[in-house]
Design a protein around this ligand. Structure first.
Ligand code: ADP
Length: 284
């Protein structure tokens, strides 16, 4: 990738939120803008009670934004992505995409999960082009695009291999290509590098930045890694402990491409601030 040295921080604003606060959506009706309005999510618990996963969560994601989401384990980050994808229904409140309420699965979304979830009996190219099969897209151009995507993450020559023949990092790259195959208008990523060793993880984060800049796809990205969030995001949303709500947001204005080492160095102490907010959440 081209690498220009850039300061990752350059915070243009930290906003802290109390309960029930909402950001003003100036572009709510714009394609891909997402509005989460006072969303509540309850799950039934085994003992007959309920787990309150999200409580009065409100947030706005602009149409072209790459937004990182960090928060304590169990605060409802995955739940939020499922609600945005339309594969789960909120118990209360509303989610809007381009001003229209989300009421079911969104076919123009790409989803990358914690593990690659490839189909072991399909080859790399068959896995990559699987969304085209499901959506009934023409085969030839899909294979073409699949090959191009695989080449962009260094997997040329692996098209005919099976997932079991690849490393975890390679499998996750295939999963990212699969998520991008149908040119999604929004990419949802739920800790996509969680199961990958630290060195490969850094390389993949850098590759992901290149992919996102090349394909210009807005994304919601859940991560436990604060440097990763600083490295990739236009904005980082910090969620409270369960029940999850928005605690603070940090806008990162440094130009891209960025350099991962800068995010680790945290020159503007944004990562330190996020860490401190999160550790406050763990106080009794
Ligand atoms: P995170 O992604 O932040 O770790 P999740 O969204 O996975 O959090 O979960 C939020 C809370 O909801 C957790 O307490 C979890 O145990 C609970 N939860 C998630 N999914 C279900 C489910 N299908 N049934 C019951 N409880 C669930």
């Amino acid at each position: 990738m081209t690498s220009a040295r850039a300061v990752v921080g350059q915070r243009s604003g930290l906003r802290r939120f109390g309960k029930s606060s909402t950001t003003a959506p100036a572009d709510a009706a714009t394609e891909n803008a997402i509005d989460v309005q006072n969303v509540v999510m309850r799950y039934p618990a085994r003992d007959g009670s309920e787990v309150l996963a999200l409580d009065d969560l409100s947030m706005h994601v602009g149409p072209g934004e790459f937004v990182g989401i960090v928060g304590p384990s169990g605060c409802g980050k995955s739940t939020l992505l499922k609600l945005v994808a339309g594969i789960a229904n909120a118990s209360g409140g509303k989610l809007l995409r381009a001003g229209t309420e989300i009421t079911g699965p969104q076919p123009d979304i790409g989803f990358v999960f914690q593990s690659a979830t490839l189909l072991p009996w399909l080859t790399v190219i068959e896995n990559t082009t699987f969304p085209a099969r499901v959506l009934g897209l023409p085969k030839k151009p899909s294979i073409e695009r699949g090959r191009e995507l695989l080449a962009s993450v260094g997997l040329s020559g692996f098209e005919k291999q099976y997932p079991g023949e690849l490393s975890g990092g390679m499998q996750q790259r295939v999963a990212i290509c699969r998520a991008l195959l149908h040119e999604p208008k929004l990419l949802l990523m739920d800790e996509p590098f969680a199961s990958i060793d630290a060195l490969t993880r850094d390389r993949l984060a850098t590759e992901l930045q290149t992919i996102l800049l090349t394909h210009r796809v807005p994304a919601l990205f859940v991560t436990h890694s604060i440097p990763e969030a600083l490295f990739l995001s236009d904005r980082v949303l910090v969620m409270s402990a369960r029940p999850g709500r928005l605690l603070a947001e940090f806008t990162l204005t440094a130009p891209k491409p960025r350099v991962l080492e800068e995010a680790y160095a945290d020159p503007d102490r944004i990562g330190a601030e996020i860490r401190s907010l999160l550790s406050e959440e763990h106080q009794p």
